[in-house]
Design a binder for this molecule. Structure first.
Ligand code: G16
Ligand code: MG
Length: 222
């Protein structure tokens, strides 16, 4: 029996992963570093300050700024990002997600959120999806971002669900690693996620019947 399904937010529920990229690109430009979408794959699911460190290393400027200056830059990126969030509306929930949530709920299975974003509450509110989640892990209380399992384990624990009988859904390499390290069944959305137990190209291919079937095969092998 499946005890819970835990969703990543950015890139799974809505395309805020792209807004994060645009905001980082803007910040990086301001300090003379150019990043592209390929590099951005490394930032998905990584906390704000850790993302900044990766960008500075990429531009070979990791020794050029004080802690205070880094905090200022991270805040600036967040300001850029929050401007994009002003335009976020319920119609920006990715295709297939409302139906998937409905199908999971119809079976009485709990739904959780595992996002390391401190803006997750704002995003869910803008999408009018707050009521869909039985428990959202609080990013402010998480000490290690993905790929550490902490966020997915916290979500399972908040739902009183056994991770070994639960499913995580992610669009990031670090996120899939986090799900697998927690012992859950990993569903990936995107094409660079070989470590996942089941992969779909896009969210509108996320069929609940298929996920359940693959989960049953997986658990029978465990
Ligand atoms: C998200 C994004 C990351 C972002 C992180 C922190 O994680 O994927 O790109 O850096 O949150 O977000 P914020 O700066 O809003 O606190 P997740 O776990 O939702 O994929
Ligand atoms: Mg994501």
């Amino acid at each position: 029996m499946i005890e819970a399904v835990v969703f990543d937010l950015d890139g799974v529920i809505t395309d805020t992963a792209h807004y994060h990229f645009l905001a980082w690109k803007q910040l990086a430009n301001e300090i003379g570093i150019t990043i592209d979408e390929t590099f951005n794959e490394m930032l998905k699911g990584i906390s704000r300050l850790d993302s900044l460190e990766l960008i500075l290393q990429y531009g070979n400027r990791q020794h050029d700024f004080s802690t205070e200056e880094k905090e200022e830059m991270a805040n600036k990126k967040n300001d850029h990002y929050r401007l994009y969030l002003n335009d976020l509306k319920p119609e920006h929930v990715l295709p297939g997600i409302p139906e998937l949530i409905r199908n999971i709920k119809a079976e009485g299975i709990q739904i959780g959120l595992a996002s390391v974003s401190k803006n997750a509450g704002t995003v869910l509110k803008a999408l009018e999806l707050e009521a869909a989640f039985d428990f959202c892990a609080d990013a402010a209380k998480i000490s290690k971002s993905k790929p550490d399992p902490e966020i997915f384990l916290t979500a399972c624990s908040g739902l009183s669900a056994d991770p070994l009988r639960s499913i995580g859904i992610e669009d990031a390499v670090a996120g899939i690693e986090s799900i697998k390290a927690s012992g859950m069944f990993a569903v990936g959305v995107g094409h660079t996620l070989q470590e996942a137990d089941l992969v779909f190209e896009t969210t509108n291919q996320l069929q609940w019947v298929n996920i359940k079937e693959e989960f049953d095969h997986w658990i029978s092998r465990c």
